[in-house]
Design a binder for this molecule. Structure first.
Ligand code: PRX
Length: 631
């Protein structure tokens, strides 16, 4: 099979993947069930761009996630679900049951008019039905677009409209720690702005009061009564779209990243197996929400493709207290644990008293994803959670890459704190200087690009191929540009240093500064705003907003609270500014462009080093901003 078991094998696999990528990936792909084999492995160019893998192959990913395991292992647990409230019963769902539930719900979708190629928006809590909904879409060939349940109505409406979704799957409400979130109410508000939605399927979760609109809204459980659980999988082409997932960009509008069936399947399965060194009796837990790519690739698809047992957690790390993760690990005997540096840092800050009561002896492997992990947090995780016995895989990748790209293989690649280490087989990273020249040799630093396609590379941005080309493929000709800065050490190990564009990683979530500015500008007293990031101990990056008001506010603290409330309502709590400074003007060039570099430096408190400000329209605003900056 495709297991790499030692470093020599890794090197041999890597070499083979570069020398003959087509043969390499064809061998991996042959291990899946296909309705029809592909007739060509790869066609590509990075100029249009156009990348196709396993051309002419026919498959359905859910047959590989579910049906394939029924013969030998029908009763194996596919999903262990841990509810938000520790007093509520957890659930275990076998592969057989999951198959049945997916097929039944797929029939519900069909009965409600869904068909191959339709876009269906999923806006749900982290309950098993979310995985069922995702897989049911894939079963019938409908394209899922999962929107994180923490986004509010405007972000949801934007995403529904961009994809022209005709259906939304949601729940009455969601539990998140001590809070109850009124999901359906958010959908109602969003759908007012969406003409394409003609059906909303509502799961009963919290029992909160909701409004059901006749002829549009139906209950999940009612619909399930009228269908059976036989549903043949739709035959999909390798390059048919599996899903769209929105990610923030430098402009205000999020991009619908498109992944297709064949390549995504092969790559997520291969990387899951090898990075985590997954074994058949592992209990694997990825704490990411399915609303993000990590939840797609390494909570649902990657594990299920491997017949693994995947844990799904509805709640948050600090509820009912900061020991919840560790309690769940002991409760379900989790052996592989994959989480975000921001979660590690926030739990570290709560102190070891929350870790002490738990044995954590089932753990074998730890992982991190989403942002750079600082050395301090790495050591804390290694010592207190892994007890210095569990290899840590620091996995670098992106929504656009579909799967893990640079990472240690657990227990095989020697780790180095804060380094994602080496590229996986099939991944050819390069560092470019500002003019686009490859920097060869080690001990180098530059912009991280990839020079050869891998099977789960982004295919397009939905309905806007130009944007895909401009963002990723034309910054540096013939390379995929990641948007990340990166260092390569003396041993060729990679360390991601952070974004080089106008997006910030806040608690591991990618947020466009322009998107946050749009939300702030919704406040009636705000004329203009500029948002930048600043280093934050727990979140990695915090949000610093400079705002210009129309009228002098009577009470500035009140105004700041209102701005935070506006952003929360419009975009979601994840985008709330941490610091808001009211300014009379912003540093602009003569052509009117905001000099964000200066604002970033002020937010980072690096005021001795602002660079040349003489080209500014009005250099005196800088002095005022410095004087009133918020520490
Ligand atoms: O800046 C990098 C950072 O997260 C970005 C991708 O964000 P997103 O599309 O939301 O996907 C996150 C989950 C895969 C990257 O461009 N990033 C992700 N993983 C790491 C990381 N930065 C440093 N180290 C990582 N391990």
């Amino acid at each position: 099979m495709y297991d790499i078991t030692n470093f020599n094998e890794y090197q041999a696999e890597y070499k083979k993947s570069v020398e003959n990528p087509e043969l390499f990936w064809a061998e991996k792909a042959a291990q899946f069930s296909w309705k029809e084999k592909w007739n060509e492995v790869l066609k590509w160019n990075f100029s249009e761009p156009k990348v196709e893998w396993f051309i002419g192959g026919k498959l359905n990913i859910t047959e590989n996630c579910l049906d394939r395991h029924l013969k030998n292992n029908p009763n194996k647990t596919a999903i262990i679900w841990e509810p938000n409230n520790p007093n509520e019963q957890s659930q275990t769902i076998s592969y057989k049951e999951l198959h049945e539930r997916v097929c039944r719900f797929a029939n519900v979708l069909k009965k409600n008019g869904a068909k191959k190629g339709d876009r269906i928006c999923i806006y749900m809590p982290m309950v098993p039905e979310l995985a069922v909904a995702v897989l049911a879409c894939a079963r019938i060939g409908a394209i899922h677009s999962v929107v994180f349940g923490g986004f509010s109505f405007h972000s949801l409406a934007d995403r529904i409209n961009d994809a022209d979704c005709n259906m939304v799957i949601t729940a009455d409400g969601a539990y998140r720690g001590a809070k109850e979130i009124l999901l359906k109410a958010v959908v109602d508000e969003a759908v007012i702005h969406c003409n394409t939605v003609n059906r909303v399927i509502v799961l009963h979760r919290t029992g909160c009061e909701i409004n059901m609109q006749p002829n549009r809204d139906v209950w999940w459980h009612e619909e399930e009564k009228n269908v059976n659980s036989n549903c043949d999988a739709e035959i999909m082409d390798s390059e048919d779209i599996l899903f769209i997932l929105y990610t923030s960009g430098s402009t205000g509008k999020p991009k619908g990243v498109v992944h297709t069936c064949g390549g995504y399947m092969v790559y997520t399965a291969y990387t899951f197996k090898n990075v985590f060194q997954y074994k058949a009796d592992d209990i694997y837990w990825c704490t990411a929400d399915v609303g993000w790519i990590t939840g797609h690739s390494y909570l649902i698809y990657g594990p299920l493709l491997n017949g693994a047992t995947t844990v799904m957690f509805e709640g948050i790390p600090t509820f009912p207290d900061a020991g919840r993760f560790w309690k769940v690990i002991d409760k379900h005997n989790v052996s592989i644990f994959y989480t975000a540096p921001t979660a590690i840092r926030s739990l570290e800050a709560c102190g070891l008293n929350y870790v002490a009561p738990y044995k954590l002896s089932s753990l074998r492997i730890l992982g991190t994803v989403g942002e750079p992990i600082n050395e301090e947090a790495w050591h804390w995780y290694n010592k207190n959670i892994g007890k210095e016995k569990c290899p840590i895989v620091d996995t670098w990748w992106q929504t656009e890459t579909g799967g893990i790209m640079i990472s240690p293989l657990a227990g095989i690649t020697k780790t180095k704190p804060s380094y994602a280490t080496l590229p996986l087989p099939g991944v050819q990273p390069v560092l470019l200087d500002e003019s686009g020249n490859e920097i060869t040799g080690n001990n180098a630093e530059g912009r991280l690009c990839i020079k050869f396609p891998w099977p789960s590379i982004i295919r397009t941005t939905f309905k806007n191929h130009d944007r895909c080309r401009e963002t990723y493929f034309s910054v540096f000709k013939n390379y995929y540009f990641t948007g990340d800065g990166c260092k390569r050490d003396g041993n060729g190990y990679y360390r991601i240093t952070g974004r080089v564009d106008d997006v910030i990683k806040v608690s591991g979530h990618l947020l466009g500064t322009a998107e946050i500015e749009n939300a702030i500008n919704q406040h009636k007293n705000i004329v203009e705003s500029a948002v930048v990031g600043f280093p934050h101990d727990i979140k990695g990056w915090g949000i610093y907003a400079y705002v210009i008001t129309e009228n002098k506010p009577e009470n500035t603290e009140e105004l700041k609270k209102e701005i935070v409330a506006t952003v929360t309502k419009y975009m979601g709590a994840i985008a709330k500014p941490d610091k808001i400074q009211i300014v009379s003007g912003l540093p602009k060039t003569r052509s009117g462009k905001i000099m964000r570099r200066i604002l970033r430096k002020i937010a980072e408190n690096e005021i001795g080093n602002l660079g040349d400000t003489s080209t500014l329209l009005d250099p005196t605003v800088v002095d005022e901003i410095i004087k009133n900056r918020i520490n």
